[in-house]
Design a protein around this ligand. Structure first.
Ligand SMILES: Cc1ncc(COP(=O)(O)O)c(C=O)c1O
Length: 392
């Protein structure tokens, strides 16, 4: 049998590889602690279990869902966008679509937009799903470097004219995985003008909008800015907001033509999300204890951030202070030049899992990423393992 070029000789998804190495460390008898994948250890809201149980028992919920999404769910999304982001004027029927998680949405959007020979603009380091799917669809990828000096924002002026003219999509992700950076209003405005000039779709991944540290610096939606809806589709997720990565639900919102393009692909690939889950989440988005849950959740992540920041500073490991997300983007300590080797030796010697920066693109090669989705006790253990590994 001959497999496609898409898969031949290609690695599994980054974390599938890390999971394999982790199993090897466990088999060696190490007490393994992970700050690798961003998979929240904290539970979803209590009330959500009861809502799901109720909805699972409703007979009507067991049939194929509507491809675009359940009307109650789409309406709840429109309310949420208005309340949380002050994005008004959304049409639940044409400008919103339910996703099986933001990952599925950003991946299928590449297929909806790109033909072989098209160009995709992707900042780097980045969540690897954007470039993988643009390349599956046959597009060329032009990477824009995210650097500390550039506040981890892509420099739009660096895109050559011919590349901009060929481009079909521009992926962005703020709050950013893996750097923890947020984007200021001026960047969103500049990007919208750029996308309009070159007729490019902005695909804005906002999966971490609710994992922020400072109430006065809440992450924004690009749809808050004038003209965004002409060129933009934004992706949201319940995974991190309500600690429910396994449930697989999110939404995309924005330009109606882009929503329809995504629906065309999705309706030929999947058959929507379970209605019971959509009902339970619609009720969760309107739940009276919603804000209290979200704030308590953030409080825990803030405590963890403080533990990690203090430990890294003590070890002299450079990192930007994350404004949002779970992530510490750490420069490799002196004496270590190969990030993949650093991560695998740290795992096999000490049993501490970190994500090697190279998994997010060439600019990540001098970094490793820590995720705050680990209990405090394990975070402390992990920091002690790192310290020992560095010989400090
Ligand atoms: C930037 C980014 N987008 C999307 C996702 C996946 O979100 P979901 O679980 O909704 O598919 C992740 C998960 O790590 C992510 O880091």
């Amino acid at each position: 049998m001959k497999l496609s070029k898409r898969v031949t000789g290609k690695p599994l998804y980054l974390f599938a590889e890390i999971d394999r190495a982790r199993e090897e460390a466990v088999a060696r008898g190490l007490d393994v602690v992970s700050m690798g994948i961003a998979d929240p250890d904290l539970p979803p809201p209590d009330w959500l279990y009861a809502l799901l149980q109720e909805e699972v028992r409703r007979p009507g919920n067991h049939r194929y869902p509507d491809y675009r999404g359940l009307p109650e769910f789409l309406d709840a999304v429109v309310e949420w966008m208005g309340e949380r982001f002050e994005v008004g004027d959304l049409d639940a029927q044409t400008e919103v679509i339910t996703l099986l998680g933001a990952k599925e949405g950003v991946a299928h959007m590449a297929w909806a937009m790109c033909d072989p020979g098209d160009m995709a603009l992707i900042p780097e380091p980045a969540y690897p799903v954007y470039s993988a799917n643009c390349q599956y669809a046959g597009a060329d990828v032009h990477y824009l470097d995210l650097t500390q000096e550039g506040n981890f924002l892509p420099e739009l002026g660096s895109v050559p004219e011919d590349v901009a003219r060929r481009a079909k999509v521009f992926y962005i992700n703020y709050p950013n995985n893996p750097t923890g950076a947020c984007a200021p209003s001026a960047f969103f405005q500049e990007l919208i003008a750029f996308a309009k000039k070159y007729e490019i779709a902005i695909l804005a991944d906002n999966a971490y909008s609710e994992v922020y540290f400072d109430e006065n610096e809440r992450p924004q939606s690009i749809l808050e800015f004038p003209g965004a809806k002409d060129v933009c589709l934004e992706f949201h997720s319940f995974s991190k907001t309500f600690n429910m990565t396994g449930w697989r639900i999110g939404w995309a919102v924005g330009n109606a033509k882009l929503v329809k393009a995504l629906l065309t692909i999705k309706s030929n690939v999947d058959s929507g999300q379970f209605n019971a889950i959509q009902h339970a989440l619609a009720r969760t988005m309107r739940h009276p204890e919603r804000d209290a849950f979200l704030e308590k959740n953030r409080e825990r992540i803030r405590e963890r951030r403080d533990i990690v920041a203090a430990a890294l500073d003590e070890m002299g490991i450079w990192h930007p202070d994350p404004k949002a997300t779970y992530f510490f983007w750490c420069r490799l300590p002196e004496g270590h030049e190969d990030g993949i080797r650093f991560a695998s030796e740290l795992l096999l010697q000490e049993g501490f899992v970190v994500a090697p920066g190279a998994g997010y693109g060439p600019h990540g090669k001098d970094y490793f990423r820590l995720s705050l989705t680990t209990p405090e006790e394990d975070i402390r253990k992990g920091m002690a393992k790192l310290k020992r590994f560095m010989g400090k």
